[in-house]
Design a protein around this ligand. Structure first.
Ligand SMILES: [Fe+2]
Length: 368
């Protein structure tokens, strides 16, 4: 469901008891109240609002207790990727208290939806979690994130209402949009790309590039917010039907190690990864390059990405992102080995071994 006031769709659903899963930051805004007020008359609701930026299993367990006590027939994830992913995991565990979170894999039939349904309402424009069947779960006290996935945790509905992102701060607007741009570019050339994911990636990129500057200068512009919001969701649908690549593999690793925002980290690697992949995907990269406005368009896609990122204030080197060189160098071995664990290494259009990944990390530190 998309467009201005898409939230009112909630009032048409047969909701008796809704559990709204959200984060501590949003708890202090009017957004959970807006969702509650949009539920059908007579519906009861509870807010589970303790989701952190990097939810771990302990949080899932505490959320589960609240869910079991309340016994909802609908679970609503409200927030960015962390809240929406946690809502998916809570939904699976609430339906199947007998399984471990690590049973959430595409290989195991879960038989969910015996007690409840799942809705996701993004309050950032970037992760695409509202349209994906993946969820990220951190490991407590570990600099590691687990990627869980099952077609059964794909939400029943995603509600894309620009009113939910109108007051998103500039920093998060930029970080999450850069994540969405990275989804579109990586999905487009992934080894699993297909005509369906290609169409979504192209449209996503043109919507975001056409409206993001306006959104950053006029955050209350509903029309342009809506375009970026839908574009980000389309980019999510695109990579859900294809895959991501090395910028996500390296970005996940750097973000988990240095606790940086996901979009900020994947964006640091994207121009380098495009450069690395160029020979395998030149025609497709040229097509994407043609979508950039002439103010930013360079000879190759990596040039356009760099000049566009600079213009919106996204750092283009790891150093610019504030990571100390010594800390970076000392962590390089574990950054490389952690990057290898991501599916992005497998589906990237050009193979990369540890030497290539190490070089991408070091190039991205100082810029080329
Ligand atoms: Fe991402």
């Amino acid at each position: 469901m998309y467009g201005d006031d898409a939230l009112s769709f909630l009032s048409t659903l047969p909701v008796k008891r809704a559990a709204i899963v959200t984060d501590r930051f949003l708890l202090n805004t009017d957004l959970p109240g807006k969702v509650r007020n949009s539920l059908p008359e007579g519906a009861e609701s509870v807010v589970i609002g303790n989701i952190s930026e990097e939810p771990d299993e302990e949080q899932v367990i505490s959320g589960m207790n609240a869910l079991i006590n309340f016994s909802p027939d609908w679970i609503i994830g409200l927030g960015g990727g962390s809240s929406m992913d946690t809502a998916k995991i809570l939904f699976a565990k609430y339906e199947r208290p007998d399984i471990s979170v690590y049973d959430i894999t595409p290989l195991v039939p879960l038989n969910l939806r015996k007690k409840s349904r799942l809705i996701e309402i993004p309050t950032t424009s970037g992760t695409g979690s509202e349209c994906s069947w993946a969820a990220v779960l951190s490991e407590k006290n570990e600099r590691r994130k687990n990627e869980l996935a099952s077609p059964e945790i794909l939400p029943d509905y995603a509600i894309l209402d620009p009113q939910m992102v109108l007051r998103l701060p500039a920093e998060q607007t930029r970080n999450t949009a850069v994540d969405a741009i990275t989804h579109a570019v990586e999905s487009y050339v992934s080894q699993w790309n297909n005509p369906y994911s290609d169409a979504l990636a192209e449209k996503a990129l043109s919507l975001i590039l056409g409206s993001l500057e306006r959104v950053l200068s006029e955050p209350g512009d509903v029309e342009h917010r809506s375009r970026v919001h839908i574009g980000a969701s389309m980019a999510g649908l695109s990579f859900s039907n294809s895959q991501i690549g090395l910028a996500h593999a390296l970005g996940h690793s750097l973000g988990a190690h240095f606790k940086m925002a996901h979009g900020r980290t994947v964006g640091l690697f994207l121009p380098h990864v495009v450069e690395y992949n160029y020979e395998t995907s030149a025609d497709k990269y040229e097509k994407l390059n043609s979508l950039f406005d002439s103010r930013f368009r360079g000879k190759r896609l990596q040039d356009s990405l760099r000049s566009y990122f600079r213009s919106i204030g996204q750092p283009v080197t790891i150093r610019e992102a504030g990571i100390d060189r010594k800390a970076f160098t000392n962590s390089l071995d574990s950054l490389v080995s952690m990057a290898f664990e991501s599916t992005g290494v497998t589906t990237n259009p050009r193979d990369a071994g540890s030497d290539e990944i190490r070089k991408l990390f070091t190039d991205a530190y100082g810029g080329v």
